[in-house]
Write a protein that binds this ligand. Structure first.
Ligand code: ADP
Ligand code: MG
Length: 233
């Protein structure tokens, strides 16, 4: 579904990605793990069109997407939940959700909204509440709901568990698993490598702009350097 080859991305003169290659097959959950500053967010933002690569290719369902604008990438069905959520605190839950659907027709937005409220009843209860008044967990749910409004075929999540309590993290992972079961392919970036490797089919390990390991989640969980560096074992 997604095929990335030799991706190189710079911030000015700083090279953040030094040739990243990875693939995601339809219906998979694939996780990208790595320490702070490894280039995980840069990889995701390059896929979603926020950053332009200087080298390499990105194909979604066989179609080259590197260089497309973010809204064009989203319209094709590649939708990202950014690190830090970035919900609009001064808008209501319903208004935040509506923004996520802007790449779709009014009719599709209505069906998506009904589905998001069904999946996330908490958001339905709070639809008229301002985004800024939600708890951290609810804000993450809202950020995911907003992405779902764009009807993703590939949903990309950047550190969804960041800063949340263990009980809420469980709920977020449960939601990701359910979305995947219902037919959404997932690319997940997580600091919590143990949990990510629990729900993922496959994973990649990124270090300073390079992929240094890849394989099935089961294999990565057994890998000595992964265990030492990311699982604290
Ligand atoms: N806006 C930016 N300007 C300059 N350098 C950046 C910027 N964002 C990230 N970087 C650098 O790019 C590298 C990769 O960062 P990032 O992709 O955010 O890592 P991760 O998400 O894995 O923590 C780091 O060295 C970081 O300092
Ligand atoms: Mg990051």
């Amino acid at each position: 579904m997604l095929k990335i080859e030799g991706l190189v991305t710079y911030y000015g003169r700083v090279r953040a990605l030094a040739g990243v290659s990875l693939q995601v097959a339809r219906d998979e959950i694939v996780t990208l793990i790595g320490s702070n500053g490894a280039g995980k967010s840069t990889t995701l933002m390059t896929i979603s069109g926020v950053l332009k690569p200087t080298e390499g290719s990105i194909a979604f369902e066989g179609r080259p997407i590197a260089g497309l604008a973010p809204h064009e990438v989203a319209r094709l069905g590649v939708v990202q939940v950014p690190e830090g959520r970035h919900i609009l605190r001064g808008l209501t839950v319903a208004e935040n959700l509506d923004l996520g659907g802007f790449v779709r027709s009014a009719e599709k937005r209505r069906t998506s909204l009904a589905r998001v409220y069904e999946l996330l009843p908490r958001l339905a209860e709070r639809r008229d509440q301002l985004g800024g008044t939600l708890s951290g967990g609810e804000q993450q749910m809202l950020a995911i709901g907003r992405a779902l409004m764009a009807q993703p075929r590939l949903l990309i999540l950047d550190e969804p568990s960041l800063g949340l309590a263990p009980r809420i993290i469980e709920q977020i992972f449960e939601l990701i698993r359910n979305l995947n079961k219902a037919g959404t392919t997932i690319l997940l970036v997580e600091q919590n490598a143990a949990m990510a490797l629990e729900i993922a089919d496959r994973g990649y390990v990124l270090e300073t702009g390079y992929i240094v390991a890849e394989g099935s989640a089961a294999m990565l969980r057994q890998n000595d350097s992964v265990r030492r560096a990311y699982l604290g074992l």
